[in-house]
Design a protein around this ligand. Structure first.
Ligand code: DX5
Ligand code: ZN
Length: 238
């Protein structure tokens, strides 16, 4: 899939719920992907951690390569790693369509964004809760997606930090219209409404999909649909 095709596919599906493959059942990834795909997911968010940039470890290109055989859904790799420039090609070869890396890891991100695009993929730039949003001021034209972390990266299931809302509003009023604005961490029924109002249109969701109890209606598809509906109701005007 070309970069343009991926971006069009995502644009046609906003508001977009991006299930975070951090809290899924790693013992049965094939089944998890089937459930997400039949449940209406349009993209999968793959949380890559190196135990250095964040105090946790997940999976790398070898696992993603096998996931790639299971679905045509676009893959976003969220690279929570200290040296994304060194490993970017491996994630692209494994079949990722969008690579989102951190400004804290790459303070001069333009060359890496260009390199990712040169290989036919889309590029996202993420900022941590402690990073001021103004550090993106001179970079607003560069990425295809900006991701605002609303928890400290590293673990699912944390509480949403409302400081993300001002960052989203700041970005929404400055980013080019076509740039996706994403939020990641603690997104559920209530916080999706607030972040949608603040300008986000791509919502990374872990716990609120994978930890739903059967008493809440259970299945992933229903969670994705309810969150999408809630986001749509609260979406900020273009
Ligand atoms: C955290 C990851 C998130 C996380 C989201 O470092 O980037 O994608 O899995 O999980 P929840 O929705 O549980 O906060
Ligand atoms: Zn993530």
């Amino acid at each position: 899939m070309s970069r343009q095709a991926v971006l069009e596919r995502l644009a046609n599906s906003t508001p977009l719920i991006a299930p975070s493959m951090l809290k899924c059942d790693f013992g049965n990834l094939q089944r998890e992907i089937e459930l997400l795909e039949s449940g209406g997911a349009h993209v999968l968010h793959l949380d890559v951690m190196d135990g250095h940039f964040v105090p946790n470890l997940t999976y790398g290109p070898v696992v993603i390569e096998r996931l790639r055989e299971l679905t045509d859904l676009p893959f976003e790799a969220h690279l929570m790693i200290s040296d994304p420039a060194r490993y970017a090609d491996d994630y692209l070869k494994a079949g990722c369509n969008l690579l989102t890396f951190h400004l804290e890891a790459v303070p001069e991100p333009r060359p890496l964004i260009e390199r990712i695009r040169g290989k036919g993929a889309a590029a996202g730039l993420a900022i941590n809760p402690k990073t001021p949003v103004e550090s993106l001021e001179s970079l607003l034209d560069a990425p295809d997606l900006v991701l605002v972390m609303s928890v400290e990266p590293g673990f699912g299931g944390q509480k949403f930090m409302p400081t993300a809302l001002d960052k989203l509003r700041w970005l929404k009023s400055r980013l080019p219209r076509e740039t996706f604005l994403s939020v990641d961490g603690g997104i559920e029924h209530e916080t999706i409404a607030r972040t949608a109002e603040a300008g986000a249109n791509v919502f990374v969701v872990g716990s609120a999909i994978f930890d739903r109890s059967s008493s809440e209606g259970g299945d992933y598809g229903r969670a994705i649909q309810e969150l999408t509906e809630q986001a749509r109701t609260h979406l900020a005007p273009l």
